[in-house]
Design a protein around this ligand. Structure first.
Ligand code: SF4
Length: 425
């Protein structure tokens, strides 16, 4: 719900992070604290700058196909877990001292990867592999999920091309089964064992609790960012919110927390007045990511008050419990405290009803229903969304995208016509 904007100040420790010191109230492994300092310095030299500067730096980082943050981490002797979209329990990798990195494609030509796949595939699969084949995305472990045939097969293709382990994390096919949480806890325990082997040390429950605490803070900050955009969308465009959230998948979460804590008050103080733009929900960015220029084109005529871009970072909607069995707490949070996406089939969360609820809670006037080209789950879901929106007589705009799209003029013109029809018809 975006009915109230929190104006409470950042908690103690966060300002320290913004000044380049690790937040004092966040648990993190000693190895991470040492590494974290080296990240914080360049990216938090933002302190005192204008929000526009923040977005520019964040965008450069998101679009940099050489993944400089990962190289920086590795140069300091750190190890990296690359996990494919959509959701991954990053806390487990963090607790082992590894850097969890979101593998979400890149704007590259898949020259080498093309030879490893058939042609009828979404782009993210190929460009993710291309990033690794080119040497820019250097990992110590790759994890995929059976969210679709393409993602499931990616783990095997990856394993054939690299010397390190490639795993599939089997998230429950039936989240409504009474055994789903127990099953998922065991699957997380298996993943923990793999990570322990790579880290060369045991991951204790206290390590996990410390990491859960850190990620809880990150999710809280992301929720504040979402709320701010929903309540005062003229202060934060969808492309700006996107880059600020997406960099979290590329750097230690300690640093991301520091960046968000520094950015939120700056954005809240930004000058700007409400304009006569339509409030919309953007649906279809759960896996392959649209180009940032496409999001910018949308922001030129609409206020995107909610979206599912990089939804894995915001999958869990509340704090994960700290006391008790941390793996079971993470499993329960994945099942019971989560949002929705086209790749999770939970009878408690029919996607079309969830979309309508999201529109109502954000006071959206319309929806942009989109999907990546060749994305079966995304395109399938469009049918259900459209039916539900028709039944409710809610306006919607349907489109497709590809991460390497370069021209957005036509889309922007169509969108402007759509907006005029809704607002002035
Ligand atoms: S974009 Fe769609 S088809 Fe491609 S990997 Fe993601 S979910 Fe699968």
């Amino acid at each position: 719900m975006c009915t109230k904007l929190s104006t409470s100040p950042c908690k103690p420790g966060l300002d320290a992070a913004a000044c380049g010191r690790p937040p004092s109230n966040e648990a993190s492994s000693p190895a991470l604290v040492g590494l974290s300092r080296s990240f914080v310095t360049p990216y938090l030299a933002w302190d005192g700058r204008r929000p526009d500067d923040l977005f520019e730096v964040a965008r450069e980082l998101v679009e940099d196909v050489t993944f400089p943050t990962i190289h920086r981490w590795r140069d300091h002797g750190g190890k990296v877990v690359g996990h494919f979209q959509v959701y991954f329990p990053e806390e487990i990798a963090h607790a082992g001292g590894l850097l969890p990195v979101k593998v979400r494609g890149a704007q590259v030509e898949p020259r080498q990867a093309d030879a490893r796949f058939g042609s009828y595939l979404c782009s993210i699969i190929k460009t993710s592999l291309e990033s690794a084949l080119s040497g820019h995305l250097a990992l110590d472990l790759f994890v995929s999920h059976p969210i679709c045939d393409a993602a499931r097969n990616l783990a095997a293709v990856w394993a054939r091309n690299f010397g390190y382990r490639s795993e599939i994390l089997y998230l429950p096919q039936n989240p409504n089964s009474g055994y789903a949480a127990t099953y998922l806890r065991e699957e997380y325990a298996r993943l923990k064992q793999v990570i322990e082997e790579i880290a060369g040390r045991e991951i204790t429950d206290d390590d996990l609790r410390g990491s859960i605490q850190l990620f809880n803070r990150n999710r809280r900050l992301l929720r504040r960012l979402d709320r701010l955009r929903c309540v005062r969308p003229w202060l934060l465009a969808v492309d700006e919110a996107y880059v600020l959230a997406a960099i979290g998948g590329l750097m230690p979460r300690e640093d991301h927390n520091g960046i968000l804590s520094a950015a939120l008050p700056l954005i809240a103080r930004r000058e700007g007045r409400p304009q006569g733009r339509m409030r919309v929900v953007f649906e279809g960015g759960f896996c392959e990511q649209p180009p940032i220029d496409l999001l910018h084109a949308i922001a030129e005529c609409c206020y995107v008050v909610a979206d599912d871009l990089m939804v894995g970072l915001r999958w869990i909607r509340d704090d994960v419990e700290i006391p008790g069995d941390p793996l079971l707490n993470l499993a329960r949070a994945y099942l019971d405290q989560s949002t929705y996406s086209s790749v999770q089939h939970d009878a408690r969360k029919p996607k079309e009803r969830m979309l309508l609820r999201r529109m109502r809670s954000t006071r959206a006037q319309a929806a942009i229903i989109t999907a990546a080209k060749m994305c079966e789950p995304g395109l399938d879901e469009q049918v259900a969304y459209i039916r539900a929106l028709d039944a409710e007589k809610l306006p919607y705009f349907v489109s497709e995208f590809e991460e390497r799209m370069r021209s957005f003029d036509q889309l922007q013109m169509q969108l402007e016509t759509f907006v005029e029809n809704v607002l002035f018809a």
